[in-house]
Design a binder for this molecule. Structure first.
Ligand code: DHE
Length: 504
């Protein structure tokens, strides 16, 4: 039998345990007033009093998840070249710089809010739609333009796809991510930034039409098939946000919750043109949503899924969603009419289904996806959802690309010692026929073809990088255009026609 002393010891032990568990959280929640003051004095004017961002990016733990703390410290100490971030080494003591770096990785005392009034308050209209000329201000095939996102110094380059020459270079919001989306006629493009900004840009006049901040930490945006609406998918807050595509006026905020009131981040949202709807997958609730917009109101149809979905992709008819399970161990196929899971795909190496492509192979349509964790490309028969081939590559890959007129599919080796290599796969033999190493030691990644499938662009993903132009048939290099860490490239024709070899 236990005596009172035993009971007391047990109680004390529990108290100590509770205290030691709570202590880190208490420490987290209480930065020193001096550090807060330093932040307000030196950082708030660009990054916002509440760290939500301003001229500079948001400085909240989720927004900083891709930057290691020592890198943040380095940015405070030495500034960031080619940006407005100054160096503080001569202004602040070393301990203050470390304390500031610690501070920005702590959750704020109050959860940040980004609702209707914040969204409406962020709206900017430098050149409202209808106020700029309706003719292009320069000569080019407007259907064969490329946009290249340069993440090294947050710029975008517009390239003439016939001549493969830059036409214009302009600054973007901080950290664009995901494919920019074109209006159906190709005149406008919508960019999404990780900090939640949506920018509508007029390719005829080379001017920003409108901007709005949809969230604090955004995943991506989609444009409806008719070009009337823009939908933004957020990690923070847990919302999908609908805008009028004309001038990015707010139409609807959809809280992302299940029937029990539990909320979720949105993995991504895409337009499904034949269905005249948007499809979103949720990261923390096992549901996929089909969202239709009628008279400006968004209606959600929920599909229960067997697992939480991360990245996803569609068959060409948008009858099925092919999603990667959040655990990275398999994929699922969901019939979008019935909402039922119709197949489970054995894709153990965390497939990057968002970069999947499809083509005709021996009378059937196949899809292919690289994997984030294994050096493999999986090729799947889309009639019976069987993996028909697992091609071994020299390391995990990020992006895959082809074009209906090209015999080859390109896949990079983004991670590991062979990150400077790119494989070229013959779509009819399903074999790697060539491996290129355009610049030893520098990541070579992400390909986009021109509208005809005759030439393609590959990024040398480096601050002193380039896009390399290749002949899509001979696979010979034609030229290099220097760029600052070029990431994705996006051809107008391929995108607005939902070309089978490119991302949507
Ligand atoms: Fe991306 C597209 C998610 C990390 C560069 N990335 C996408 C899309 C999603 C996604 C959902 C599709 C959006 C669209 O086009 O509408 N990306 C994720 C992640 O979950 C992941 C792994 C972790 C994260 O930090 O979010 C991730 N992505 C990266 C990077 O580290 C990359 C290489 C550099 C960067 O800019 O952050 C990167 N992602 C890209 C690019 C696209 C993209 C270039 C567009 C590809 C395309 O061809 O359409």
């Amino acid at each position: 039998m236990r005596g009172p002393a035993d009971m007391m010891n047990r109680k004390n032990a529990l108290l100590i345990l509770a205290f030691s568990l709570l202590m880190p959280a208490l420490l987290q929640a209480a930065p020193s007033p001096e550090t807060e003051l330093l932040y307000q004095q030196h950082c708030a004017s660009c990054h916002g009093q509440d760290r939500l961002g301003g001229m500079g990016p948001a400085l909240l733990p989720d927004n900083l998840s891709r930057l290691k703390k020592p890198q943040a410290e380095d940015a405070i100490r030495n500034g960031r070249p080619a940006t407005q971030m100054p160096a503080f080494a001569d202004v602040l003591a070393g301990e203050s710089i470390t304390a500031l770096a610690d501070f920005i990785y702590r959750p704020p005392a109050r959860p940040p809010i980004w609702g209707r009034s914040e969204i409406v308050g962020s709206h900017l209209l430098p050149h409202p739609q209808g106020t700029l000329p309706d003719e292009p201000a320069y000569q080019a095939d407007m259907m064969n333009l490329f946009l290249v996102v340069e993440i090294g110094d947050h710029h975008v380059t517009l390239l003439d796809g016939d001549r493969m020459e830059p036409i214009h270079r302009f600054p973007s919001r901080y950290a664009l991510h995901g494919g920019p989306k074109y209006s159906p006629d190709g005149r406008y493009v919508y960019f999404g930034s990780r900090d939640g900004w949506i920018t509508k840009y007029d390719l005829f006049n080379l001017k920003v039409v409108a901007e709005v901040r949809a969230g604090i930490n955004m995943r991506n945006i989609a444009i409806s098939a008719d070009g009337d609406y823009v939908m933004a998918a957020n990690y923070l807050p847990h919302t999908l946000v609908l805008f009028d595509a004309g001038n990015l006026e707010l139409m609807d905020i959809i809280p992302v919750e299940n029937s029990a009131g539990e909320s979720s981040r949105v993995s991504a949202v895409y337009a499904a043109p034949p269905r005249n709807s948007f499809i979103a997958a949720l990261k923390d609730i096992p549901e996929a949503w089909e969202i239709s917009v009628q008279d400006g109101n968004a209606n959600v149809r929920r599909m229960q899924t067997d697992t939480w979905l991360d990245d996803f992709f569609f068959d060409p008819g948008y009858d099925h969603l092919i999603g990667a399970a959040r655990d990275g161990k398999h994929g699922v196929v969901i019939n979008l009419d019935t909402g039922k899971t119709v197949a489970d795909l054995p894709l153990p190496g965390m497939p990057h289904l968002g970069s999947g492509i499809t083509w005709e192979y021996q009378g059937t349509r196949v899809m292919a996806t690289p994997h984030f964790r294994t050096g493999a490309v999986s090729i799947i028969d889309m009639d019976n959802w069987q993996v028909i081939k697992t091609l071994e590559t020299e390391g995990p890959g990020f992006f895959m690309r082809s074009h209906v007129n090209s015999r080859y599919a390109w896949v990079d080796v983004f991670f590991g010692p062979n990150k400077d290599k790119v494989h070229i796969i013959d779509k009819q033999t399903l074999e790697i026929v060539k491996t290129l190493q355009p610049e030893p030691g520098k990541v070579a990644a992400h390909v986009e073809f021109d509208r005809y499938g005759e030439k393609l662009l590959l990024s040398i993903w480096d601050k002193e990088g380039a896009v390399v132009v290749y002949d899509a048939d001979t696979l010979e290099e034609e030229k290099r255009i220097p760029m600052n860490k070029p990431s994705g490239k996006y051809n107008v024709w391929n995108k607005i026609n939902y070309e089978e070899g490119t991302s949507h």
